[in-house]
Design a protein around this ligand. Structure first.
Ligand SMILES: C[S@@+](CC[C@H](N)C(=O)[O-])C[C@H]1O[C@@H](n2cnc3c(N)ncnc32)[C@H](O)[C@@H]1O
Length: 573
């Protein structure tokens, strides 16, 4: 057998196999049948998960192929509680995906149990220093495999289990291609599992029927060599035993169907998983469901009321990204123009915005958004700080204002249009890390409260960051030399404390609803909140008296931060 390393060449900084042009013309994939045309297979897929509500796989109403629906046609279900649909914050299903892999660079994660050794460094868990967080299970440091130096494990037990399940097949390819994308590694795993007989006939059939966008990928000049190269590398790794055509189709199929592994505590994906049931769910930018991972388990929960017969949708990408960037990403990764109500409404709003405030061109707005993103990326990177002097955050804010004014000269950039809220939240973290607490807090409040989000998983994550900044700033008021004490307009420590309790209370409620009271994340937040409230002497959150005190304290804080009361958080009754 020719050694894999001998066949590798460098493409775009990644080591990839040499492309053999003859092979390219040979393979024509068979026409694809949609899942919903195969009722037995749909039953099998539905049984692969622990389903909490009746579901059905049918012809999708939002895009091509199949989609997942809340069932409405089963007589046995009539009269049961789901007969009238399901409310917001309800579990739809949970499952252990067929396979999952962590992406390169997420060094804290164990590649077997997916626990995050760096979780203790996350802002939320730092709350312990202020109020007594719950007991977070201490994890050993994750250690890299001495063979590939890529896969990491939290214990010998995890390393052994991973070795026998998948890593003995993957160690070698990871040595050659250490930054191999998680979806590509999963394609490699699947081929080896198929050869070892680990994949059942029904699983194999479902995988064969996945949407793969094979034709779109092979026509794409940029991605076609990458996809083909990965397929060649996988075939070579099997010693030529795998069928090249099937592997070639599998690579884009996994890119299309693997779900982002998003832990409850963050919006960034740490890896990808192949889960047969979630692979039937269609995308919407204003979805009625969302997915997150708790260890190795995938959980899908409702974000709004879903009626019997409604199609279930999730957002395939980070939903906080603005319209124009979202559309670009979806077209590139999934080959469709999103036509959801959010996209339609936002398009109208952006059009109106450039017409009344700018030169009428959407492309001007898009260019400014790209410039703002590069600016904040540069400000967050040590390279940008060194070469552009962006450690002076005042310089970054001036550059930001110039970009916004050039794009929309007639008036201010609307505060809710991304990436401005995200940029402000990032500036808040950067200012706070430089101990410029007042600038940090102002940006945190503006970025958080002036964004469009009023609830949901991202709202909870962002609220955790804001509370942390308020707490850090509040601590400074105990320092006699703090410049905050010289600012006569700065609200008193009691106001900061009241606002913190109010925000924490709302975050607890939303985290419990959205992630579920049994999720580790919601439990961690509640474990922070409970002892803090236990120490309170005055009115407690949840009472009318507290709500009034909160409204007044938040009012003073927002006035100081120059945020109009329209954006204030209203406590739920
Ligand atoms: C994970 S699959 C979803 C299930 C797929 N429809 C099927 O029949 O197997 C993802 C693919 O579904 C299609 N899709 C998902 N959401 C869509 C939408 N909102 N509009 C158009 N096509 C969509 C795209 O082809 C996308 O790449």
């Amino acid at each position: 057998m020719v050694e894999l390393e001998e066949l590798l060449l460098n493409v775009n900084g990644e080591t990839l196999p040499i492309l053999n042009e003859d092979d390219e013309d040979d393979f024509v994939p068979p026409a694809r049948l949609a899942f919903h045309t195969e009722p037995k297979l749909c039953d099998f897929i539905l049984r692969s998960a622990i389903i909490s509500v009746p579901l059905a796989i049918r012809s999708s109403g939002v895009g091509s192929g199949s989609g997942l629906f809340l069932a409405d046609d089963d007589k046995q279900q009539q009269g049961q509680h789901h007969g009238r649909g399901i409310n917001r914050g309800r579990e739809i299903f949970r499952s252990t995906p067929l396979m999952a892999a962590i992406d390169y660079g997420n060094d804290g994660f164990c590649h077997h149990c997916f626990k995050d050794a760096k979780a203790g460094e996350q802002p939320l868990l730092k709350f312990g220093g202020f109020g007594g967080a719950g007991d977070q299970e201490k994890m050993e440091e994750v250690k890299a495999c001495t063979g590939c130096h890529v896969a990491r494990f939290c214990s010998k037990k995890c390393q052994k289990a991973a070795w026998s399940k998948f890593h003995k097949d993957e160690c070698k390819i990871l040595r050659s291609v250490p930054r191999m994308k998680a979806q590509h590694l999963l394609a490699h795993r699947l081929v080896f599992w198929q050869q070892r007989g680990f994949i059942t006939t029904s699983q194999g059939k479902a995988i064969d029927m996945l949407e793969d966008h094979f034709n779109e990928y092979t026509k794409d000049e940029e991605r076609s060599p990458e996809v083909y190269g990965i397929a060649v590398a996988i075939c070579k790794a099997t010693g030529g035993k795998a069928n090249m055509g099937l592997v070639w189709k599998l690579v884009p199929a996994l890119r299309t169907n693997c779900i982002r592994m998003r832990p409850a505590s963050g919006k960034e994906a740490v890896g990808y998983a192949l889960d047969l049931l979630s692979a039937t769910i269609q995308h919407s930018c204003h979805p009625n469901a969302f997915a997150f991972f708790e260890g190795t388990e995938l959980r899908v929960r409702s974000l709004k009321k879903i009626l019997p017969g409604d199609e279930i949708t999730i957002c395939y990408i980070d939903p906080t990204i603005d319209l124009l960037q979202r559309q670009k990403i979806l077209l590139k990764r999934h080959f469709f123009d999103c036509n959801c109500t959010r996209c339609k409404n936002e398009y109208k709003e952006r059009k109106e915005c450039v017409k009344t405030l700018g030169d009428g061109k959407i492309s001007t707005l898009e260019k400014a958004q790209e410039q703002m993103l590069s600016l904040i990326n540069a400000a967050s990177s040590s390279q940008g700080m060194m070469s552009k002097g962006y450690d002076d955050l005042g310089k970054v804010e001036t550059a930001l204002r110039t970009i916004m004014r050039d794009a929309l000269p007639v008036s201010h950039w609307p505060a809710h249009i991304e990436p401005l809220p995200m940029v402000r939240q990032t500036l808040a973290a950067l200012y706070t890390s430089q101990k410029k607490y007042a600038d940090g807090l102002r940006n945190a409040l503006k970025g958080k409260l002036m964004s469009c989000r009023r609830d949901g998983p991202e709202w909870v994550n962002e609220m955790a960051d804001v509370i942390l900044i308020i707490l850090e700033t509040g601590c400074q008021l105990n320092e006699p030399s703090s410049p905050l004490l010289e600012d006569r307009t700065f609200p008193p420590a009691e106001d900061l404390q009241t606002v913190t309790y109010g925000y924490l209370y709302e975050m607890c409620r939303e985290a419990g609803t959205i992630f579920g009271g049994d999720s580790e994340y919601a439990k961690a937040i509640i474990n922070v909140f409970t002892p803090m409230v236990g120490k309170m002497t005055g009115d407690r959150p949840g009472s009318k008296e507290f709500a009034k005190a909160f409204e007044e304290a938040q009012g003073r804080l927002l006035q100081w931060a120059n945020v109009t009361s329209h954006y204030a958080l209203v406590m739920s009754s």
